[in-house]
Design a protein around this ligand. Structure first.
Ligand SMILES: Nc1ncnc2c1ncn2[C@@H]1O[C@H](COP(=O)(O)OP(=O)(O)OP(=O)(O)O)[C@@H](O)[C@H]1O
Ligand SMILES: [Mg+2]
Length: 316
């Protein structure tokens, strides 16, 4: 089957010829039913890409075909197919949650009983039925976010784009939003394109992740594939009362250990299977007269992948 999102050589330069090259020749296929995340720091080009593949922003070059429709040739057809949850909250503060949904529903061409039904369904889905008749200006950040998401779901799209939907919300709302994404995907088979600069979210939600930096898609794959690029070693961090050479040498001899370094009462052991190396490390400590005060295992994550690929931390 053809991918539901097919992006080809997509490029955007704002204010040419000297302006920012915000998206640089991105190629990407997303399959129907996937949750795909764009993971990248501020200014990476996530929103610019989303805007182009929504038919809202004209690319400098390249194209994308969404559900069979080209964004450059049939932007209106693309808009009907997708739901967009923009990064900036776009709601009328003096209207209630329900009135906002009704207003945007009408913009999508809904009316009559169908509009009533969809608005009720969406309110239920975003768990705001109880607060439906309260003005949005009285809502918390998380509630506003949820209405913003609701707007994107009103016309029951096959594909939804969510642009950093958890920024600035409390942990409870964040949890609820992540669960909503999973539910849309699992229960309704919706294809979800999700952008974030939180690696934990990308890691939890996604079937595949595209790491984007300075407008370039620098790596694409499942979380497991991306992590295996950097050699799946765990980092075992031992806090000890004192460090001696016999201890470090002993650690180096443990099976699966590839590197050992120690400073300031902390010893760092890189090992193929950190958990497996732990009992041996404790044994070595006993033999060499070292007291272990605490042990921590850090498994490699997308943050480590980003660091490896760019030399920078995801969040500076
Ligand atoms: N309308 C615009 N005019 C000129 N430059 C822009 C415009 N919008 C974005 N840019 C620039 O393009 C680059 C990519 O921005 P974009 O908003 O797509 O990044 P992002 O990954 O969504 O970032 P964030 O995580 O902060 O939302 C940045 O350098 C930004 O300053
Ligand atoms: Mg953005």
């Amino acid at each position: 089957m053809a991918p539901i999102i097919h992006i080809q050589d997509l490029r955007k330069q704002y204010d040419p010829p000297r302006g920012v090259l915000a998206v640089q020749d991105v190629d990407l296929d997303i399959e129907e039913g996937e949750i795909f995340s764009f993971l990248g720091p501020n200014g990476a080009g996530k929103t610019t890409t989303i805007s182009m593949i929504s038919g809202l922003l004209t690319p400098t070059s390249g194209d994308a075909v969404i559900g069979g429709y080209s964004i450059t040739q049939s932007p209106m057809a693309v808009k009907e197919l997708i739901g967009v949850v923009p990064q900036e909250i776009a709601l009328y503060p003096t209207l209630t949650g329900r009135q906002n949904l009704r207003f945007f529903g009408q913009l999508y061409g809904l009316g009559g009983a169908e509009l009533d039904r969809r608005v009720d369904e969406v309110l239920e889905f975003i768990d705001l039925t109880e607060h439906a008749n309260v003005k949005v200006e009285k809502y918390s950040g998380g509630m506003k976010r949820r209405v913003n998401i609701g707007v994107g779901l009103l016309h029951n799209p096959k594909i939804v784009y969510m642009d950093e939907p958890t920024v600035g919300v409390d942990p409870q709302s964040r949890r609820r939003i992540l669960d909503t994404v999973k539910q849309l995907n699992q229960e309704r088979g919706m294809t979800v394109l999700y952008t974030t600069h939180y690696m934990e979210e990308a890691q939890e939600l996604s079937d595949r992740v595209g790491i984007i930096d300075h407008g370039e898609m620098i790596a694409v794959g499942t979380v497991g594939q991306l992590i295996s690029q950097i050699g799946e070693e765990d980092r075992l961090v031992l806090r000890v009362d004192a460090i001696n050479d016999a201890f470090l040498d002993g650690l180096r001899k443990i099976e699966g250990v590839t590197d050992v370094s120690g400073a300031d009462g902390e010893v760092c052991v890189l090992a193929k299977r950190g958990r497996k190396a732990m009992p041996a490390a404790i044994h070595v400590a006993g033999e060499t007269g070292v007291l272990i005060e605490s042990v921590r295992i850090e498994e490699p994550d997308l943050e480590a992948v980003f660091l490896y690929l760019t030399g920078r931390a995801l969040r500076e």
